[in-house]
Design a protein around this ligand. Structure first.
Ligand code: NAD
Length: 483
């Protein structure tokens, strides 16, 4: 079996070398093809941070094992890490956080054992990075939550929870505020939950989830979240078990998967051979299990846990009264401990059943549609306009443009209604949302909306607009605060 390896930037090459040395010593049946990705590839002029050859190799082999990579600042280029996850549709980011004996935390000292798997949606949400300055004062980020995308990651989380024999699966969300986006994610969660009656499925609002994770982490098992909330919650969980040096990450897709540590390139310690390779090693072990190399994974993990238990540590953790070892010595100690088992948390040795990482050869992009469109009508439009005038002045101007098809319904500023009712204590910015709906619920068409747009553009700069769709009686848009 062959996989692609990208060593990464900063401490990447050092920790990758340590991990591959451990794999080699354990006779892991893998071959490695090194691919060119990272900062120096950006510097060579490849704006996505990888060479076309690297892309081709990864699409042929199906598995990428990567070190952390730096995104050059101020060049307007996007993170190669995020590009890789999105390009290859690795929709589920799985991060396992377990108490490691020998890595002291407030919880381990109190005898509270943690074993939490966070599954974070990996492609959508604000990580689409679709952002616009609407005025010099107002920036807008588009947050995409889709039904097919949510179902994909939630199904993965339930399936993984079933295989792990988890008891509980929890959806973290903010559907009380973001009723359409997080509401959709939550609906998908309970839709999929019906297929897994043996699992206790529940949901917790994300701020409450953070509080409960910190106070009672042992009550959680599998947690699934949207992208940004998952990013934050998973770093919180890393803190619970000893920090980023112990946080592995698997980016799982249907065809291509990427395994990497959660931490970055640690430029402050790069080149000194003192970095902790544990997170990358744990990511590598997740990769071995993904490839069916369960025996190699268990032997290496037992040796790692034994090493940690015996107090051997790099400089970033462990007993400060005991001298730390460097990256190479840490790897060598693990190798010398092959065959030993830790006192706590020993992994069962399950014989290898190697799979094949090579992906199906795709000819066209997959179109994901999970639900047929219902009887849809255009009920109105939100026009986002630039103006520094008072709401009543804007309303008087807007009313003139409604004509025979549109009623001016309300005007809001930063999502708070300021006309026809509102408060003078609401601070304003120079960008309003003006909502028009059709008179007498008459269905509109796109030409009607464009006509209104053209008419309004005589008075205002229109920054953007959104159609107000209705599916049957259901409004497919949010209300303004106070409407
Ligand atoms: P970082 O994770 O690199 O470092 C944060 C702190 O943790 C530093 O003090 C560092 O020394 C320490 N640290 C991190 N990993 C360690 C390890 N294995 N052993 C010992 N100490 C370790 O975060 P940052 O400084 O915010 O980011 C540095 C660079 O990494 C940035 O360019 C960022 O874009 C990039 N980054 C890449 C990835 C990725 O490739 N997936 C993820 C995060 C950040």
């Amino acid at each position: 079996m062959k996989i692609a390896v990208a060593k990464g930037d900063g401490i990447g090459p050092e920790i990758m070398e340590a991990v591959l040395k451990i794999f080699k010593a354990n006779k892991v049946p893998l071959e490695y093809e090194t691919v060119e990705m990272g900062k120096w590839v950006f510097d060579k002029g490849f704006n996505n941070g990888m060479t076309p050859q690297a892309q081709q190799t990864i699409e042929t082999l199906g598995i990428l094992f990567k070190g952390p990579m730096e995104t050059p600042k101020g060049k307007g280029v996007k993170s190669v890490n995020v590009t890789a996850r999105k390009t290859w549709n690795t929709y589920a980011n799985k991060r396992v956080f377990q108490t490691l004996h020998g890595v002291d935390t407030v919880f381990s000292k109190a005898g509270i054992m943690i074993d939490i798997t966070v599954v974070r949606e990996n492609i959508e949400d604000t990580y689409g990075g679709i952002e616009h300055m609407l005025t010099h004062d107002v920036a807008l980020s588009r947050r995409f939550i889709t039904r097919p995308g949510s179902l994909q990651v939630i199904r993965y989380a339930f399936e993984m929870a079933r295989q792990k024999k988890a008891k509980r699966i929890t959806c973290g969300h903010k559907a009380n505020i973001m009723k359409l986006t997080d509401g959709l994610f939550l609906d998908c969660f309970y839709e999929v939950a019906k297929e897994y009656p043996e699992l206790k499925a529940d949901d917790v609002i994300v701020d409450d989830l953070c509080m409960k994770l910190v106070t009672r982490p042992d009550t959680f098992d599998v947690v699934v979240l949207t992208n940004l909330q998952g990013d934050i919650v998973s770093d919180l969980c890393a803190g619970l078990v000893g920090g980023l040096g112990f946080a592995p990450s698997a980016n799982i897709g249907d065809h291509i998967s990427i395994f990497e540590a959660v931490h970055g390139t640690a430029p402050d310690i790069a080149g000194k051979n003192i970095a902790n390779p544990t997170a990358l090693l744990l990511s590598g072990l997740a990769m071995l299990r993904h490839l069916g190399l369960t025996e190699n994974a268990a032997v290496i993990e037992n040796a790692l846990l034994y090493t940690l238990e015996s107090g051997v540590h790099t400089g970033d953790f462990g007993d400060k009264t005991k001298a730390p070892v460097n990256t190479t010595q840490f790897a060598d100690t693990i190798i010398s401990n092959f065959g030993k088992k830790p006192g706590i948390g020993a992994k069962e040795i399950i014989p290898n059943i190697p799979g094949t990482p090579a992906p199906l050869k795709l000819e066209i992009n997959s179109m994901m549609i999970s639900k047929e469109g219902e009887n849809e009508i255009i009920a109105g439009v939100d026009l986002f306009i630039e103006s520094d005038q008072q709401p009543t002045v804007i309303a008087d101007k807007c009313k003139r443009h409604g004509g025979v098809k549109f009623n001016l319904i309300n005007i809001s500023n930063r999502g708070t209604q300021v006309w026809p009712t509102g408060s003078v204590y609401t601070n304003l910015v120079n960008q309003y949302n003006v909502r028009f709906e059709s008179i007498n619920d008459e269905p509109l068409n796109q030409q009607d909306v464009i006509g209104l747009y053209v008419s309004m553009s005589g008075n205002f700069k229109i920054c953007s607009f959104e159609l107000l769709n209705k599916w049957g009686d259901k409004k497919a848009y949010s209300q303004a605060q106070g409407q």
